[in-house]
Design a binder for this molecule. Structure first.
Ligand SMILES: [Zn+2]
Length: 496
């Protein structure tokens, strides 16, 4: 009979052999997405594949089965790069939940940007459901070049969001500066302020000049000049509604070499949308770094107290009071309610566009999809919740305006490429490729559709089944996973 010692020795060897063999068969991937239709617009891959994810990255794309610690069967679903929204004003977890139910994994505030941007990035750290970032807020930087509007460094708590509809005291304090013109010295100071904010990590420069009647042509031109020298893109809401202002922005960009992205070309060009897009496309063919975007709705939205509704708005937009819908209640306005609400301020929806203009924009080559999603309110503009599913469901599947791969390209690869030079981390996003970040949206192409509308207000989109941000599920079987914050900051390359 063997001694106790011998038996123990034998068992110890057996256990260590078992451990060795289990190490050898240890799954190679943290997660495998098996059997989905993988669409990658850059490589033109559109085929059934298995995707292996490890350490927040895509590390394998294979036609043969892969072994993961966890494997999810995604057959019948489309595996797409996570959607990248270049234009959101809803930047809290509340709006982010609507965004991720619409397939968005990166949402950026580039039109208005953020004032005191380093503070804002700090305030978002480890608190964001999806990836986040913002541009320099030019309206804020210029206000700080005017003595009467200067804000002490101590009161810059979480950054300033000047589009915000809330009657925030800082916003109310700064807004009159939008009507003030700058002298040469103040322009120089504004340029210095912009450069410091770029050095804090901002992604280009937000120039919503349409809201700043006080900003003269020279001031804006000097901002473009700086952008041209630094190759920092400008994201602009052009000076006013009308095609000539799209031309003005393009001309400033061509003269200065500034990279330029014109936001919501639909609500800027209105009936001239095709001509506006043709000019952007022609500029690109001639080698200028100019691009544009639209959202898939026939109404726009903004604050009733803003300069958009200064004298002459009816003629410019060819609409009247009844075309305005008050977000707080859903009511259509009259002359009386318009005057009353304009004093208090608040969001309004503007029914101003024709369905054919939107179709022309979506069908046009190279035009990106971006939501211009608003801060939360139940009756906020539905683009806040449904932009991307609406393009996939209504315009691609139902109306067959563009094929699925082209639709995905407009919300993934094109916005990633738009940002690559200012934010190199974007080279790893907008793609399902080995080495790319595991930002992935998995949806049902037969059912994906927007559910938010102008009558009932915001609602989660249908058909977005899984969303993965940096390798972590944040949406699973159509349900949000609470209390996790996988969103990472996207910084511009000038960050110190
Ligand atoms: Zn805008």
């Amino acid at each position: 009979m063997k001694s106790f010692k011998q038996v123990f020795f034998f068992l110890a060897i057996l256990i260590s052999l078992c451990e060795l063999s289990s190490a050898q068969t240890k799954p190679e991937f943290d997660l495998v997405l098996s059997g989905g239709r993988v669409i990658d617009p850059e490589t033109k891959l559109d085929a059934i594949r298995n995707v292996g994810i490890r350490d927040h990255k895509i590390v394998a794309i294979s036609a043969t089965p892969l072994k993961g610690r966890e494997t999810i069967d995604v057959s019948g679903l489309v595996v797409a790069p996570g959607f990248i929204d270049l234009h959101v004003h809803g930047i809290t977890n509340k709006e982010q939940e609507y965004q991720l139910h619409d397939g968005v994994t990166t949402a950026l505030e580039l039109e208005w940007g953020m004032g005191a941007i380093a503070k804002w990035y700090q305030s978002m750290q480890s608190k964001s459901l999806i990836n986040y970032g913002a541009s320099v807020c030019w309206p804020f930087e210029r206000s700080q070049a005017i003595k009467a509007y200067q804000i002490s460094k101590n009161s810059r708590a979480n950054g300033f969001h000047l589009l915000s509809a809330t009657a925030d005291s800082v916003n109310e304090f700064l807004k009159p500066s939008f009507y003030q013109s700058l002298n040469t010295e103040q322009i120089q100071q504004t340029l210095k302020n912009i450069q410091s904010s770029l050095a804090e990590g901002a992604i280009g420069i937000g120039v919503p000049v349409g809201y700043l009647p006080g900003a003269k042509e020279e001031e804006v031109y000097r901002v473009y000049e700086l952008a041209g020298k630094m190759k920092a893109p400008i994201f602009t809401h052009v000076r006013d509604v009308g095609f000539v202002f799209v031309q003005q922005a393009i001309s400033d960009a061509m003269l200065t070499g500034a990279p330029l992205h014109i936001v919501h070309i639909n609500s800027m060009s209105l009936s001239n949308i095709s001509l506006g897009i043709e000019m952007v496309q022609t500029a690109r063919k001639k080698g200028f770094d100019i691009s544009t975007e639209l959202y898939p709705y026939t109404a726009s939205s903004t604050n009733l107290a803003s300069a958009v509704f200064d004298e002459g708005w009816q003629k410019k937009m060819d609409i009247s009071y009844g075309d305005l819908q008050w977000v707080a209640t859903g009511e259509r306005l009259t002359k009386e309610t318009f005057n009353a609400y304009r004093k208090t301020g608040g969001m309004v929806i503007i029914h101003v566009m024709k369905p054919e203009w939107i179709k022309a924009g979506i069908a046009s080559k190279g035009t990106m999809i971006a939501s211009d999603g608003m801060p939360y309110a139940l009756l906020a503009h539905p683009r806040t919740a449904g932009t991307f599913s609406r393009v996939l469901g209504k315009y691609s599947r139902e109306e067959k305006l563009i094929d699925l791969s082209t639709a995905i390209e407009k919300m993934t690869l094109l916005p990633a490429k738009r940002l690559e030079t200012i934010a190199p981390v974007m080279r790893k996003k907008g793609r399902i490729q080995v080495g790319a970040d595991a930002d992935i949206t998995i949806f049902n192409p037969a059912t994906v559709i927007d559910k938010a509308d102008f009558e009932k207000g915001l609602a989660f989109s249908d058909g977005i089944e899984y969303v993965i941000v940096n390798g972590t599920f944040i949406l699973r079987n159509g349900k949000t996973i609470n209390h996790i914050f996988p969103g990472q900051p996207i910084y511009g390359k000038f960050k110190n």
